[in-house]
Design a protein around this ligand. Structure first.
Ligand code: MF3
Ligand code: CO
Length: 253
């Protein structure tokens, strides 16, 4: 069952989403080669708490950090630690908070210094694939319409869409129904009605779509070790389109 939110509920989710957006903006400005992923995570956690929110990832199924930080061939769920960012890396930062009982969840992928043109193209395409999915959202469409829009955009640009991980409904819980695959067929899957709230999160690989889990039990990597990028927004479904609850300052869709 998809839990539809009232206008008041959505305003509370917008407040949570704003914290996520502001913290991601702050982290984006700090990313520099030489710093460790653990340093980024500690800054994120203190910023989240400074805004009166709680990091939703920390303790979730035993996850040890406030953020997931995934480098290069890592797809998602990288655990922050002693690894240092290097010039030419691409770094995915995924962040979730709980504010006043409501969740926000968003992610982006950034370049460290100057990156290869392939890496740049992959990041840009992944962000635009997220926007293509968001553009497909409005009351009356089905989940397959959203996944199809993402997949079409990604594959047209020569990248593959990860299948084993999907987006999700979100609200008082980080993960609610429905699942939001980044692939699909038009007109298939659950119907989206006004008040549904979704975390849409395409993960694109430069090579094949297959992934593996590292021995830490969390980090997902591209099986062929090709580059991978991830972008995510929390959105609310309205009559006329998607209301993006985690939009960052200066982000234009
Ligand atoms: N954005 C991810 C998700 O929606 C983050 C969860 S990571 C975890 O599933 F650490 F919380 F598990
Ligand atoms: Co998510």
């Amino acid at each position: 069952m998809i839990i539809r939110k009232s206008a008041e509920d959505i305003e509370k989710m917008r407040a949570a989403g704003k914290v996520v957006a502001v913290v991601l903006e702050e982290l984006s400005e700090l990313v520099v080669s030489g710093m460790t992923t653990g340093e980024l995570d500690r800054i994120a956690e203190s910023a989240i708490r400074r805004h009166g929110a709680i990091p939703s990832f920390k303790g979730y199924r035993g996850y040890p950090a406030a953020t997931c930080i995934s480098l290069n061939e890592e797809v998602v769920h990288g655990i922050p630690g002693d690894r240092r960012l290097e010039d030419g890396d691409i770094v995915g930062i995924d962040l979730g908070v709980i504010l006043d009982g409501w969740q926000g969840d968003s992610a982006l992928t950034l370049p460290v210094g100057s990156v290869s043109s392939q890496a740049g193209h992959l990041m840009e395409t992944t962000q635009q694939a997220l926007y293509a999915g968001i553009a497909a959202v409005r009351a009356g469409v089905r989940i397959g319409d959203v996944g199809h829009a993402i997949q079409q955009y990604a594959e047209k640009h020569g990248f593959s869409v990860v299948r084993d991980l999907v987006g999700h409904g979100i609200g008082r819980n980080m993960h609610e129904e429905p699942q939001v695959p980044n692939f699909g067929k038009p007109g298939r899957g659950p119907l989206l009605e006004v008040g549904a709230t979704l975390a849409i999160e395409p993960m694109l690989n430069a090579g094949g779509y297959q992934v593996d889990t590292l021995a830490d039990g969390w980090t997902m990597i591209a099986r062929d070790r090709s580059l991978s990028a991830h972008f995510e927004h929390t959105v609310a479904v309205t009559e006329h389109g998607a209301d993006i609850l985690t939009l960052r300052t200066g982000e234009r869709i």
